[in-house]
Write a protein that binds this ligand. Sequence first.
Ligand SMILES: NC(=O)c1ccc[n+]([C@@H]2O[C@H](COP(=O)([O-])OP(=O)(O)OC[C@H]3O[C@@H](n4cnc5c(N)ncnc54)[C@H](O)[C@@H]3O)[C@@H](O)[C@H]2O)c1
Length: 464
Amino acid sequence: MKIKNICCIGAGYVGGPTMAVVAQKCPHINVTIVDINAARIAAWNDADLNKLPIFEPGLDEVVKEARGRNLFFSTDIDKAIDEADMIFISVNTPTKTYGKGKGMAADLKYIELCARQIAQVAKSDKIVVEKSTLPVRTASAIKNILENTGNGVNFQILSNPEFLAEGTAVQDLLNPDRVLIGGDTTEAGKKAIQALVDIYAHWVPKERILTTNVWSSELSKLTANAFLAQRVSSINAMSELCEKSGADVNEVSKAIGMDSRIGSKFLKASVGFGGSCFQKDILNLVYIAKTYGLTKVANYWEQVIIMNDHQKQRFSDNIVSTLFNTVSGKKITFLGWAFKKDTNDTRESAAIKVADNLLNEQAKLSVYDPKVVAERIYADLDYLNTRSEEENRSLLTVAQDPYEASKDSHAIAVLTEWDEFKTYDWQKIYDGMHKPAFVFDGRGILDMAHLKAIGFECYTIGKG
Ligand SMILES: NC(=O)c1ccc[n+]([C@@H]2O[C@H](COP(=O)([O-])OP(=O)(O)OC[C@H]3O[C@@H](n4cnc5c(N)ncnc54)[C@H](O)[C@@H]3O)[C@@H](O)[C@H]2O)c1
């Protein structure tokens, strides 16, 4: 089966970059990305490529090449579904905030809405691809909805989870470690799998395209995120022990990472992992294990989250205790708000929790992030509902440059590992601060010997 028209529902951090790369690599396929968020679609269509709603290195070039040729962004969801042979569902699957499974299970309401809309609109056979990260066995729920509410046409459901990392999304998509496709083992299922394999095969070597049954594919995505997050929590647990024992977590990390059985990636101690996926996917895994009655499995994975929360808490506690047990009325500068460098995404960023803790201690915060806008920062804090919107705006200011942000502050906290933080004129920053001037490096990126020589009092995660 040759695919001529693709529709992707959801123009977010996954749908946008993923489909832009498909369109770039397959000029013979029309790719239409649709979303209910009209402002987001308008931004994707903006003539000024600096205004794309998602910042990813290299994404503007891909969009520039394909947009208007065979890549389209639209709010006309019905039309795109109707015309498509293959429909990717790439909508958000956040943690449930209500009802059964609140705070743990994935909220599948957006997925179900998509399935119902596809069923209602489709007048010809379609392949429906789960691109969103979903609990194992969701494909059967989607199939049920499609078959029971549809117009009698045939649907094949594939699972094709996305493994891109924000900040390197375009590179990850162009050169993936593997592409995973799960589908039915029936003849029709195999044909659908092959149709998707043929698309990726335009730029991904065949040996890196893995096909499995649907359940393995769905569960592999949750497993991958759980393993990655577990590595971060493991090294973070060691960082606290390093601080107490006089070891240096970077040295420990290097020493163990050179062991080929362990490997060096995801072994950087930090103020804690963030991002929209790790926490949500592990909580979902924990919930699934619990629903199968696997309490020990659930408890095992839950520790990864508990350790991550602890790491954020102890970072802010350390700031308070180092600043003579009070930060009330003191200005503290945050360098970075995004959950990692090279993205404007702030979902579950460690900065949010650290800020909330310090604001509870009546600190005054000044934030500078190269890519995150003020509205986003305030929205993140307002979402916590810890204090009123007015209080958040009076206690936290957003600066346009690091020198303005750090002027008259008592301490600087590095929350994101942006490269540019290493290149600042730290003498100038020091001169503008109250003394003693403190730096808390939550990412282990600054040259502490240089900063100490200037006169800063320094703390780096994981150094005794
Ligand atoms: N962000 C990542 O790095 C990443 C990586 C791999 C997998 N994932 C998974 O991919 C999925 C999407 O994540 P994201 O980060 O792109 O989310 P996102 O919030 O950035 O984008 C989702 C988009 O879907 C749209 N949407 C929701 N319901 C819709 C509907 N019924 N019709 C049309 N549009 C609708 C929303 O308006 C939003 O723009 C999630 O399941 C996530 O777990 C994310």
